[in-house]
Design a protein around this ligand. Structure first.
Ligand code: URA
Length: 431
């Protein structure tokens, strides 16, 4: 088969055969198909789309580019959740230890930041000593010992996705339903889980800008899951404003610890409990979402979820004292400056994309695949839609290590807030 003929076929809007898709993914994984041809095919898929049948084959080809974990030695239901990505989304860090308290195993393989959205792995990398690169055996061992583990993709897990994910990030091919479906589902199905809950985000800070596109993406992933005999459910959530009050790696670890201590922001708790309850229902640990939320609330309130998080950190090489004294362990930025409100009234909008771009220029994310991340920088104490604000009241704190970057980030932040003279309702987070 000739790679450029396959690219041309998709460029012209035709469906690819299963053999053509497998040939391309296998060749890309082995290195016989170079990055530039894979990028061209990704762009053609981005522009022309794929049918449900093509998406299922693409996912299967990416899944079988590596191994599927054998989790049979873990005698508990194995469930995971995955988010399509957003700004300030630190739910996985809270949810994995919380759900693990309910006699469920959560073997979580996470990704790095993509575009302006943060990645769970980058956040965990800000914890000194924490290893996100465990071997398969070490990973399963941590899950057996504390019920959850969060690592990055090993070389054996969906290697085609690992290569393609990095390429899409820098070729403008992220926000494509078939590519996101295959990327997420190939990694998740390789975890050897029984069930999966998806947090599909829509809005200014998400890859899907409209609610309708998010529903389409959710359906695409549910269809692929069903095709492979897995229980998959999706929750559609609003990502027009950032989640919680922080964005940036170590700042989000800090907010996750505060949330596990029962001191988290309302929106972060609401979404964590909703997704967690769904996980409990899917594996028969709760009869209803309300019952699931009540069970989870108990483990947040009695400190057991925080203890699990500390245990996971310790088992993966970090110091368990991080959760008791995060200020001692987590990197902090040299400069901290408040952005002051230019108006008074009610906040009508807090644009997630602008806050994400502010974090990116501060150095919290990558502009190129090999960029190094500054774990300490980002935003905190973010005001939220519906808040009543006075003139010169701080709306967000910027954490920076460089004055020039800070000045650029301030411009993005200045464009993030819109005001209304009239009271504004808080948006509905979960439709
Ligand atoms: N998360 C992933 O793992 N892959 C995508 O393509 C987007 C979000």
């Amino acid at each position: 088969m000739i790679p450029q003929w396959i690219i041309e076929k998709k460029r012209d809007g035709l469906a690819l055969s299963p053999d053509e898709i497998r040939f391309f993914i296998d060749g890309f994984t082995l290195g016989t198909i170079p990055d530039y041809q894979m990028s061209a095919l990704a762009m053609a898929i981005f522009l022309k789309g794929m049918s449900a049948a093509e998406t299922a084959v693409l996912t299967d080809a990416m899944l079988h580019s590596g191994d599927i974990l054998d989790t049979s030695s873990i005698d508990k239901p194995k469930v995971d959740k995955h988010s399509t990505g957003g700004i300030g989304d630190k739910v996985s860090l809270i949810l994995a230890p919380l759900v693990a308290c309910c006699d469920i195993a959560v073997p979580m393989i996470s990704g790095r930041g993509l575009g302006i959205t943060g990645g769970t792995l980058d956040k965990l990398d800000s914890i000194p000593g924490y290893r996100t690169n465990l071997s398969t055996e070490e990973f399963l061992d941590v899950v057996r010992k504390c019920g959850c583990s969060i690592i990055g993709q090993t070389k054996q897990i969906a290697p085609a996705d690992k290569k393609l994910y990095a390429l899409r990030d820098v070729t403008g091919t992220v926000a494509s339903i078939p590519l996101i479906t295959a990327s997420i589902m190939s990694k998740k199905l390789a975890e050897g889980i029984d069930a999966l809950v998806l947090d599909v985000k829509w809005g200014k800070g998400a890859f899907m800008s409209t609610y309708e596109r998010a529903v389409e993406l959710a359906q695409s992933m549910i269809d692929v899951g069903a095709n492979m005999g897995k229980k998959v459910d999706a929750v559609i959530t609003d990502m027009n404003q950032p989640l919680g009050r922080t964005a940036g790696n170590s700042l989000e670890i800090l907010e996750s610890i505060q949330t596990l201590r029962g001191e988290g922001p309302a929106d972060l708790i609401e979404i964590t409990l909703a997704l967690g309850a769904d996980m409990l229902v899917l594996c028969g640990k709760a009869a209803s979402l309300d019952e699931g939320k009540a069970i989870l609330r108990k483990f947040l309130d009695n400190g057991q979820a925080l203890e699990r998080f500390a245990r996971m950190i310790e088992l993966q090489g970090g110091h368990p004292d991080v959760t008791a004294h995060p200020e001692k362990w987590l990197p902090t930025a040299r400069i901290q400056r408040d952005y002051l409100s230019p108006s008074k009234g009610y906040l009508a909008g807090v644009d997630a994309e602008s806050i994400g771009k502010a974090c990116l220029v501060l150095g919290a994310g990558r502009a190129k695949t090999d960029d190094l991340i500054d774990f300490a920088v980002g935003t905190s104490r973010l005001a939220k839609i519906g808040d009543q604000v006075e003139i010169r009241q701080p709306l967000v704190a910027l954490h920076a290590n460089d004055e020039a970057r800070l000045a650029e980030a301030e411009k993005w932040v200045a464009g993030a807030f819109t005001f209304s003279e009239n009271r504004v309702d808080r948006p509905c987070l979960i439709k």
